[in-house]
Design a protein around this ligand. Sequence first.
Ligand SMILES: [Zn+2]
Ligand SMILES: [Zn+2]
Length: 150
Amino acid sequence: MSYHDLECPYCDAELDICHDDGFGYEEGVKHEMSCGKCGKNFVFETSISFNYEPQKADCLNDGEHDWKAITTHPVECTKMKCTSCDSQRNPTEIEMNEIIEKRNKRIVIGKFPDAYAKKWAALSIVIWCPMLDRRLSGFLKQSPKHGQMQ
Ligand SMILES: [Zn+2]
Ligand SMILES: [Zn+2]
């Protein structure tokens, strides 16, 4: 059975409202329309209904939030979102490391080109391991090329 917006008040033909330019959405006014079958003009009024879906949210009643990482690009913009109440927060450093580890694993498992996986692995080390980052920049300063340029 197909769904139609309304029936013609004259001939009961099942009709769809043409919503071009937002026609027919406004509430509390009479919209004019003509029947494609019997050709008569008629009016209709629109009423919009809201549906509410209650769900338990134990985290708002002394329970724990159920934090899940939201997938983002780039990975360092990842936020933690509670699946129960939709609260958001930034990940802790430990969580972020886990997220990056998982993301890198997924890239490798997903058989992305090697270069791509390596790029991401390198990126995450640079961004999230300050120790390595420092060592890396130290290495660059000591590189022979840099010395020759001076
Ligand atoms: Zn009609
Ligand atoms: Zn919550």
